[in-house]
Design a binder for this molecule. Sequence first.
Ligand SMILES: [Zn+2]
Length: 316
Amino acid sequence: MSDPLSRFAQRWAVESPETAMTRAVRHLAQRAGHTRAPHPLVPAARALGARIYEENVASAVLRVEGPPVVLVPRQPWRTWRRQRFSIAHELCHLLIWRAVPEDERGALQDPALHDELERLCDLGAAEILMPTAEFSQDLTTCEFHSAGLAALYDRYLVSWMSLMNRFTTVLPSAGLSLWRLGTRPDDPHDLPRAVASWGWSSRTYIPPGISEQHLSRTMLSTALNEGRAWSMDLRLGFIRGQPTVAAIACPMPGARPQQEMLPLWVGRSVPDEPRVHAHAVLAVLDGQDAEATLDLLIGDRPRDSSRPQVGAAAQC
Ligand SMILES: [Zn+2]
């Protein structure tokens, strides 16, 4: 064990850098006083002795010559939601940097380590902003419908990209996809087509470009007409053998008007995320726990007595 990520794992007395990152982030969250989302990043930076400054930089960057500083672009490249993720990502670089002995830190610049390091810091950033336990609990209380997804979006203050990705991390058997009408000029106007997907490592990944005609039920069209659709026995026609899976779909939550300004970014008003060009979202669930997960996400089906009561649902 001599590479820097092994050093990081050693620091947290665990086998893998991923587990080390989870531990490091949870420890940081405690020190920062994080309790309930949205989780602020200035206290997290302060707990590490770091500051966050706006600067004329192209993208967020960590400087460790002297007291650590996270520099973020004056003009957010995308949105303040993405900016929050970038800051959390840089704080994770700092967690790793701190855990590696000084004379070995040079190895962190090794290009061969770059992708692994980035993936690890993305994982840590998601854990800072959307802690696994809290996010899992919120999935049960907010449920899978437009208002529930919007509640998660507003509570965690992350981008839709991050939220969807987190969904498939917390529920590893789930594949999530966004669907849009009128994607191709020669499509019927009411034919939904997948335009973005998450959970690529699951068997339930839906490749973008697939139309609803490849599903055994009109999940998306039904959801668009009725507000939600679910199925215990959806078949995916684009996979050989057409596996039977559980699935749930709902309309994509409405975007805020782009002109609306939110006073959330370093004391100034900034525009929120632009409109997401999707009409509906589909979660496909596979594996032994698929049915139980679907039950959990639907919420209004009869529940068995082992399921926790969801008194917090009114908050959503
Ligand atoms: Zn990075």
